[in-house]
Structures are given as C-alpha cells and as structure tokens.
Write a protein that binds this ligand. Structure first.
Ligand code: BDR
Ligand code: CA
Length: 316
C-alpha cells in the first residue's frame, strides 16, 4: 500500500529535489503541496511548485498557498544568503515556463488540518521550510497535534547551525512555531544538518541527468548546478551540495536510512541561542518521547536511492 504524503515547501533548489524524489517514489502518493516562505516569498514558492509539477509531468497535484510570514513578525524579506544559495527566483535563476493553473482556493492550513483528519496514520507530512503552517494547523485543530506524522527537514542537534552558530535556516525563520510543534505534536522526526550535510550531490551526478536528454533533466541539472556552485563558496570543505530536503522525503519513505535518537525537543525562541534545537530539560524524564532526531545516515544508500528516484521522473 502506498503512503500519502504532503510536502510543505519553500521552493528552493533542494525543495525542488525533494519534490522530484517524492514523485519518483512508488511507495508515495503525493496528495498535495503546501507552500511556505523562506528561500523565497510564499508567492514565488507556490509559482515554483506549480511550474515544477508541470515540468515533472504531474500537473494534477494540487498546490495550496500558506502563510506569508512568522506569526510574531509583520512581514518577511528573503535573506541575502538565501538568494545567493537558491537564486533570486529560488530555482537557481533558471527560467521555467509558468504554469497555466494557479493554487487552490483552500488555504494550506485548512488542507493540512482536513488531510490529517481524513487520512490519519496513512499520511505523512514533510515540511522542508519554516514551521509556520504546521504551527498554525496545530493551533487550528487539537486533533492535528495528536494524529499528524511529521518528518521535517530542519534543526541541528550535534553540529552548529548554518545561519548562526546555533540556528539552522528553517528553524531560524520562525523559532516559536518550531518550538510549538516540538512541544505539542506527538510524532515528529527531525532530519537536520547532523545528517543532511553528510549527503552530497556533485556535478558528476547532475551530468548523469543531462545524459537523459529530456527538458526536465536539463532544467533540473541547471537548477542544481547553481546550488552546487553556491556551496563551493559557503562550504567548500564539503565537496558538493547538501541534500537537505530530499533526505527528509527519503526518511519518510524508509527510516532505516538514518539512526534515530528519541528526544523531547524544544527550540530556543530568544536571546543569543535563538533558533537552537535542543532537548527539553523539563521533559527529560518523560517516558514518552515525542520526537526522534536523525543522528547518523547511510549516505551512500541514500544517494543511490535519490539518483534512481529522481532519474525515473526526469527520464519520462
Ligand atoms: C534548509 O534551508 C533551506 O535553505 C533549504 O531549502 C533547506 O530546507 C537547509 O538549512
Ligand atoms: Ca527548504
């Protein structure tokens, strides 16, 4: 039986890779994409999702626009570092034909709430941007926190952050929302920098996509090469680009790709350590752990899975 999945994306180059990974996974049925802000404004992210779904041959997947900024902020501006890594348009400054359809009328938060009520244990939600939509769904419906299965890309437990010494980019955008998610949701799997920076893609890999000769393959290779190039400046010691968001989808398909540590997590919401993801000292001895943090990964196996799954989408 296939598992239903919703991707909550701030698309974003690695979000685009996560989308392709999900579409190329026979174990998954992508029932919708919800858009958030982060790498780009929410409107741009939604436009990217629609354009990429067309490019990948799946114009039937509905896209829902989410909240435009954190609840405790008046607005949102894209950070300079985000544009540097993902391009001003989020997809490596590669031009994609605009989709002929727009987003659904229903809001992302309503779609998330209704989907959890309807599908329960058959559904996994994979947020790969700030936790703003997820926190709003938790506040909108107590059943959401009880029943949702969430596998998020975000945070860092055993390594430093990537926007500050403490904070990873997704958590940094809305620490209060991520904190609420960790405190209230019953089943959260955190796929953070601890593991995502061990999974890397290189120009040799994107060259294999180019050999497929399709428009989707060429465009995704162009998009990803922009991101690999940015990593040569931001983290030259890695020797490739971080496969953050697709790894979260990989774990949603098969959690044996990672080693999971059960911890009751929290997020520091102010002060010097704002955005830090760490164990909650006040829930340390609680028997039930509501989060599991990925602290090890079979990078080789994941990369093979990624090439096969994305290759499948690009070849068609
Ligand atoms: C995360 O931040 C975003 O820039 C990426 O898309 C990924 O979700 C990595 O810290
Ligand atoms: Ca992302």
């Amino acid at each position: 039986m296939t598992k239903k999945i919703i991707l909550d994306l701030d698309t974003g180059v690695d979000d685009a890779l996560a989308l392709a990974y999900a579409l190329g996974s026979p174990e998954l049925e992508l029932i919708g994409v919800t858009g958030t802000y982060g790498n780009v404004l929410v409107e741009q992210g939604v436009a990217n999702d629609l354009a990429l779904l067309d490019l990948f041959g799946h114009p039937e997947v509905p896209v829902y626009a989410g909240l435009p900024h954190a609840g405790d902020r008046d607005g949102f501006e894209v950070l300079e570092i985000s544009s540097f890594i993902h391009g001003a348009n989020g997809v490596g400054d590669v031009e994609l034909p605009a989709a002929t359809r727009g987003p659904e009328e229903k809001s992302a938060v309503d779609f998330l709430v209704e989907s959890v009520r309807e599908h329960g244990d058959d559904l996994v939600i994979v947020p790969t941007g700030p936790s703003t939509n997820i926190a709003a769904a938790i506040e909108a419906d107590p059943e959401f926190a009880e029943k949702a299965h969430i596998v998020l890309m975000g945070g860092a437990l055993t390594v430093p952050g990537n926007v500050s010494a403490w904070a990873e980019a997704n958590i940094n955008q809305d620490p209060a929302a991520s904190d609420l998610m960790f405190r209230r949701a019953r089943d959260v799997t955190m796929v953070g920098l601890d593991v995502t920076l061990q999974t890397l893609l290189t120009y040799e890999d994107t060259a294999k996509w180019r050999e497929l000769g399709t428009e989707a393959a060429t465009k995704l290779a162009d998009i990803t090469d922009y991101y690999i190039k940015a990593y040569e400046t931001t983290a030259p010691y890695l020797g490739g680009c971080g496969l953050h968001d697709p790894l979260a989808v990989g774990v949603a398909v098969d959690e044996s790709l990672v080693d999971l540590l059960p911890v009751n997590m929290k997020v520091d919401t102010e002060g010097e350590t704002r955005g830090r993801t760490i164990g909650d000292e006040e829930r340390l001895s609680e028997k039930e752990k509501t989060a599991r943090v990925a602290v090890g990964v079979d990078a080789e196996r994941f990369l093979a899975e990624l090439m096969e799954r994305i290759g499948r989408v690009l070849a068609d």
